[in-house]
Design a protein around this ligand. Structure first.
Ligand code: SAH
Length: 229
């Protein structure tokens, strides 16, 4: 009688491959939902299904591990060059790599806590007083379609002259010039822009004042949809 080992070995490998495919498909679906809905939709989605959040994060990790450099490391380097006394707010902090890597006080916000440092909330409404932080960070986190509301919240909590750092997937920018112009309307002037990576752009802004009301049509980013591999 033939040993059952090789056959079960084969079917285990097949099952692992199928599971991997399903996880990949589920990640891409969740990712698409996050980029095509508002931040409030995202909050509802993860509140209803925390397991989806963990799955999303596994998929996210797998994606950025392929990149030559993690954008959050650029922001870590930036903060290390500046005084540690600056108070930071990390919008969409994920696993809190930023807070764990700098000496600054960092307020960490995300929808589900991957770390005990996280304050769970929708980034469009964070529990911070107006003009209370020096640096606001969005590292691959400008996901909701209500960008104006989200960036308006960053404007609210930033001190005048404070810094806004944005790292975003390069291919999401349709019209960078129009985007930066819209940022002016939201009360942010461009201090520096590093568009040299084909993976992500790194933009530094300074708060010049409060956001001016009214639509900011240039404030558009394409959803970041991952291809099946
Ligand atoms: N900044 C981290 C994680 C980026 S992934 C890093 O660079 O590694 C994007 C993160 O934004 C995810 O953790 C996701 O849960 C979070 N996020 C998306 N929409 C959000 C919302 N409406 N409010 C708070 N966090 C949100």
């Amino acid at each position: 009688e033939a040993s059952p080992e090789p056959r079960s070995g084969r079917s285990a490998a097949l099952r692992a491959r199928m599971e991997e495919r399903l996880l990949g498909a589920r990640f891409r679906y969740l990712n698409q939902q996050l980029y095509t809905g508002s931040s409030q939709d995202a909050a509802r989605l993860f509140r209803a299904d925390p397991a989806a959040f963990h799955l999303y994060h596994q998929g996210f990790e797998r994606q950025v591990r392929r990149w030559p450099e993690r954008p959050v490391q650029r922001i870590v380097r930036y903060l290390r060059r500046r005084p540690a006394s600056l108070v930071v707010a990390d919008f969409g902090c994920g696993d809190c790599t930023l807070a764990a890597s700098v000496r600054n006080q960092v307020h960490c916000f995300d929808l589900v806590p991957l770390s005990p440092r996280v304050t769970v909330c929708d980034m469009a409404k964070v529990p911070l007083a107006a003009e209370s932080v020096d640096v606001a960070v969005f590292c691959l986190a400008l996901m909701g379609t209500n960008l104006q509301e989200i960036l308006g919240e960053a404007n609210r909590v930033l001190k005048l002259g404070g810094t806004l750092m944005v790292a975003e997937v390069a291919s999401r920018f349709e019209d960078t010039h129009a985007f930066l112009k819209a940022m002016m309307q939201l009360g942010f002037k461009t201090v520096s822009k590093d568009l040299s990576s084909s993976y992500f752009y790194l933009l530094e802004f300074a708060k010049t004042g409060q956001a001016r009301p009214g639509p900011a049509p240039g404030l558009r980013l394409r959803p970041c949809l991952y291809k099946r591999r």
